[in-house]
Ligand binder design. Sequence first.
Ligand SMILES: Nc1ncnc2c1ncn2[C@@H]1O[C@H](COP(=O)(O)OP(=O)(O)OP(=O)(O)O)[C@@H](O)[C@H]1O
Ligand SMILES: [Mg+2]
Length: 145
Amino acid sequence: MITRNEKETIDLGKKLGSLLEKGMVIALKGELAAGKTTFTKGVGEALNIRQVINSPTFTILKIYEGDLKLFHIDAYRLENSSYDLGISEYEDEGITMIEWPEYYADYLPEEYLEVNFKYIDDDTREICFKAHGDKYMKIAEVMEC
Ligand SMILES: Nc1ncnc2c1ncn2[C@@H]1O[C@H](COP(=O)(O)OP(=O)(O)OP(=O)(O)O)[C@@H](O)[C@H]1O
Ligand SMILES: [Mg+2]
């Protein structure tokens, strides 16, 4: 998918948010400013989260309350430290979205949805979806349409 401004990325996140079920885990890959947090804002809208979702770079984990709980992780500062946030035991209670999942690889579940963000130019991003596990296959298909 190509998005041509911030709003289109939020809208795409909203679409994903409407398809998610409790316990699902989303890994958001892509360089700095690729749009991972922007996309998460859209998921938050779909979940009727009223708080502002912002980049939790210095916080690592933020928990938002909506129709479902949203666990928003930014693993950037973990820098491959293999630090366990202990979130796996709560994953079933909501949706988990992980920015910089490469730095949290030891604690990713076997099955998750991967979303790849590619910076094309200032306003344009390419966003691709890849299912890891059967449970995410249908969602990845729908999101690519
Ligand atoms: N099509 C687009 N989709 C998303 N963001 C866009 C787009 N065009 C421009 N932008 C801008 O790019 C920036 C994306 O920032 P965002 O915080 O979402 O990135 P990030 O991937 O979370 O980065 P980080 O790794 O630093 O957390 C925002 O400033 C946004 O306004
Ligand atoms: Mg971010």
